[in-house]
Write a protein that binds this ligand. Structure first.
Ligand SMILES: NC(=O)c1ccc[n+]([C@@H]2O[C@H](COP(=O)([O-])OP(=O)(O)OC[C@H]3O[C@@H](n4cnc5c(N)ncnc54)[C@H](O)[C@@H]3O)[C@@H](O)[C@H]2O)c1
Length: 151
């Protein structure tokens, strides 16, 4: 399979890329390197530097490669930063412009947005399940670590 991994230069995406390659899949990474690192992407994967918002470029990438699957990990995730610049985070994570049109050659057949597999296969369970507790925990952590993971 040929798989597109958005955010594949980031923490989660780069591990997924390594696992896909180990499984014998062909991998293309699409990442703007705003937070990710070029060296995190295995040399066996192709890295395309681009922004999700750049629909013209993204479309050309889809047309060129005809992916069998897309795994989407490009997002802004730092709790502390999200409280300082919430609109930027909101835009990057939810307001990505999208074009509605019919299926094109190369479009993946199935869209899955689920964390079920990580629960089933790795036994992962969230420590907090209520939104208030999640926000409160993130806020408390940020108070203790004003510079994020640097501390
Ligand atoms: N880190 C965790 O523990 C964790 C746990 C569960 C879920 N997740 C989810 O996994 C996803 C990735 O998280 P992560 O920890 O790998 O974050 P990360 O910041 O390490 O990686 C995100 C990657 O996306 C890229 N990116 C961000 N915005 C982009 C844009 N507009 N266009 C192109 N590239 C862009 C960044 O450069 C970076 O390489 C997020 O949706 C996050 O919520 C993370």
């Amino acid at each position: 399979m040929r798989v597109l991994v958005t955010g594949g230069a980031g923490f989660i995406g780069s591990v997924v890329v390594a696992q896909l390659l180990a499984d014998g899949q062909e991998v293309v990474v699409y990442d703007d390197l705003s937070k990710g690192h070029r060296r995190a992407v295995s040399a066996k994967a192709e890295l395309i530097v681009g922004k999700l918002e750049d629909l013209t470029y993204l479309s050309s990438v889809f047309q060129k490669y005809k992916f069998d699957a897309v795994m989407h990990f490009a997002a802004s995730i730092e709790a502390g930063e999200s409280m300082k610049t919430p609109t930027r985070y909101f835009r990057n994570n939810t307001a990505i412009p999208a074009i509605e049109e019919g299926r094109r050659p190369g479009d993946p057949a199935i869209l899955v947005a689920s964390s079920d597999k990580i629960r089933l296969e790795l036994g992962w369970k969230p420590q907090y399940t209520e939104l208030g507790a999640i926000v409160s925990s993130a806020w408390n952590w940020f108070q203790r670590h004003p510079n994020g993971y640097v501390d």
